[in-house]
Design a protein around this ligand. Sequence first.
Ligand code: NAD
Ligand code: UD1
Length: 337
Amino acid sequence: MAKILVTGGTGYIGSHACVELIQAGHEVIVLDNLYNSKEVVLDRIAEITGVKPKFYRADIREIEEIRQVFQENKIDAVIHFAGLKAVGESVAQPLMYYETNISGSINLYEIMKEYGCKTIVFSSSATVYGAPKSVPIREDFEVHTTNPYGSTKLMNEMILEDLTVSDPSWSVMLLRYFNPIGAHESGLIGEVPNGIPNNLVPYIARVANGTLEYLRVWGNDYDTIDGTGVRDYIHVVDLAKGHIAAVDYALTHKGTEKVNLGTGKGYSVLQVLHAYEKACGKELPYKIMDRRPGDIAECYADTQKAKELLGWSAVYNIDDMCRTSWNFTLKNPDGIK
Ligand code: NAD
Ligand code: UD1
């Protein structure tokens, strides 16, 4: 059992990770400034696990607020989810993204160093691969970013790698997530997008519950199974379990590892839409539109390294992902309140 600080622990992926950590026997401390989540998520975590994590409402941009957490708790490892994640917004407001995702993260790493806590799992993204030369994507593929959000992910990877070079007693896991969707089986925690969603499944969920009229399918002229874009959707609970495997690995190994967390399978926009229709039991209207600028045709993970290094692989299928997303949407029509 370890004492684990989860930054961004009331957020979408962080809350699912808290549940899995607690169920695996770890002690969880949550740090979040509640910019994109609600404190009541902690009660939901308690409802699922029987344990309410200790909570610090703190901002990673304020180094003293992070220091207080380390002063008051002997932290063994950090899982660092806190940050901003909207690609479009990062193009419009790059400084805000660099301030939170870079300066905020450096504050965290400084304090970890100060307190001798040198084990970290970082939320990176498949976005660091840019437009990959082929699929499935392996961890040793070239990296290249096309927007400030992606750059903050890549820069954090570089910062943490440099830190390990300067002091080999650090343990760093850089987890590159593919497309997380779905929700906990209980329907108590899940994704609550801010405003009109940009991402596919949150958008479909709102078409299914009648909040939005129809899905706009961004292009059907890609070289894919049906012409629509293909992505590697991964159930958020599988993703959360990947973090348990990663933190367990990091607690017993030194150095840096980059690991893809995906299923290794790609689904097209229309395949996801049809799976969601099955989940919600109705036909969902859509219109084919022009391609969305910056989109790529196909993106899915090579999952070999996660299997070999962490002994982890995803188990939920696309029907499970849509079913749990729909269950959460029905149970929380106005988000988590
Ligand atoms: P989320 O917005 O639900 O969670 C992020 C949490 O960080 C929120 O609870 C928010 O309140 C908190 N936060 C934001 N700024 C903060 C600050 N300055 N100080 C303290 N807390 C702050 O997002 P998520 O989907 O759970 O993503 C978690 C991490 O995974 C992010 O780093 C994101 O970039 C990364 N990621 C997400 C996806 C995805 O599709 N959801 C894909 C790849 C990588
Ligand atoms: C986006 C982000 C990426 C992030 C990922 C997961 C961009 C350019 N990239 O990737 O950085 O890591 O989300 O959060 O924003 N689609 C539609 N109609 C919609 C929405 C999406 O057809 O209303 C299609 C897209 O064209 C794409 C697929 O659905 O083919 C998935 O889109 P989305 O959920 O936005 O994820 P990504 O584009 O993979």
